[in-house]
Design a protein around this ligand. Structure first.
Ligand code: CP
Length: 334
């Protein structure tokens, strides 16, 4: 694996089939969960540079723990708070607020680090700009070392790999003897401000590629996502209908995609409650966190027996460890 930006990056010569490649990565992650230090010399004398252009709790700390488990040093740089303001546009006349061009900064970072991991965010002002993924693509272009997305303008692959690990682990724990595909529902939830589509896009991209679930997405009509990610899922605008017999419900808010970055309908009835959960097959409930309690998800769900959110957040370590290990092995082979 030479970069980890989207689901197709899991494809390798050894695993040219996407479903098999995801299955392999999930298996490796669960093996790390069982034995966290089994490869604790793999990353010896290697350095991971972690650049944050936006805040983080889980992504930052789980990736640092994962690196430590592999014997790899990680250094965090909060670019947004501590760094020079970066310019990403080619040919920019830098007479405004930006101080350093990415084509000067990225090769230096590539000199200091063996792998770079980067969190960016969308502006939510201009869809074409955000969906061009300029920031992370410029890092990939100029750094000269493997790049891991810690969430980009449109995708969050470490979160989505974690989500599949969490579902797979739960299925294994239940010894899913019925051999029936689980029904996985991604549901839009209300929120107080416009949020990116990254987590929803990415979850849709990974679950569709995984192919091991009956996948339904439900949202009010205004919140249609980019079909490049949702194609393969059944889209239902009636949440009550969508939740019927669900085995897993993934709750997430996102802002509008077409009239970009807006909050339109924000009906509190879309918040998942125990009453709504009763429509499901005693579904497990997932959310990437952070969550606005009693806006996106009710206390009774988050604090109740069906919530997988803490397990899910814990699994961020094993997803990051599997990806880092894969990348280190690839660079040692080349
Ligand atoms: N889920 C997630 O990415 O959390 P953080 O923003 O805290 O990293």
């Amino acid at each position: 694996m030479k970069q980890f930006i989207q689901v197709q990056d899991v494809l390798t010569p050894a695993h040219p089939n996407i479903q098999a490649a995801i299955h392999q990565l999930v298996t490796e992650a669960l093996a790390y969960k069982a034995h966290p230090l089994k490869d604790n010399h793999l990353g010896t004398h290697l350095r991971l540079g972690m650049l944050f252009l936006n805040p983080s709790l889980r992504t930052r700390l789980s990736t640092q723990v994962a690196a430590a488990n592999l014997g790899m040093e990680s250094i965090v740089f909060n670019v947004d708070k501590e760094g020079w303001a970066l310019e990403f546009e080619e040919g920019a006349i830098m007479s405004g607020n930006t101080v350093e061009h990415i084509k000067d900064a990225a090769p230096i970072l590539g000199n200091y680090f063996d792998i770079l991991a980067i969190r960016t965010f969308p502006s939510l002002k201009n869809r074409e700009d955000d969906y061009s993924e300029l920031y992370i693509n410029q890092f990939i272009h100029y750094a000269g070392v493997p790049v891991i997305s810690l969430e980009s303008a449109t995708l969050h692959p470490l979160q989505s790999l974690t989500d599949i690990i969490t579902i797979q682990e739960d299925l294994l724990r239940k010894a899913n003897t019925a051999h029936k595909k689980p029904k996985v529902v991604l549901t839009w939830a209300p929120h107080v401000k416009p949020l990116p589509q990254c987590v929803a896009n990415s979850f849709a991209q990974w679950v569709n590629a995984w192919g091991a679930a009956d996948f339904v997405i439900t949202h009010p009509e205004d919140y249609t996502l980019d079909t490049r990610f949702t194609n393969g899922a059944t889209i239902i605008h009636n949440q009550t209908e969508a939740l019927q017999d669900a085995d897993y419900v993934y709750v997430k808010n996102w802002s509008t995609y077409h009239d970009y970055g807006k909050v339109y309908e924000n009906d509190p009835a879309w918040m998942l409650t125990n009453e709504r959960l009763a429509l499901t097959n005693q579904a497990k409930v997932m959310h990437c966190l952070p969550v606005r309690r009693n806006v996106e998800l009710s206390d009774e769900i988050l604090d109740g027996p069906n919530s997988l959110v803490t397990t899910e957040a814990g699994n961020r370590v094993w997803a990051a460890q599997a990806v880092l290990a894969n990348m280190i092995k690839t660079s040692k082979q080349s």
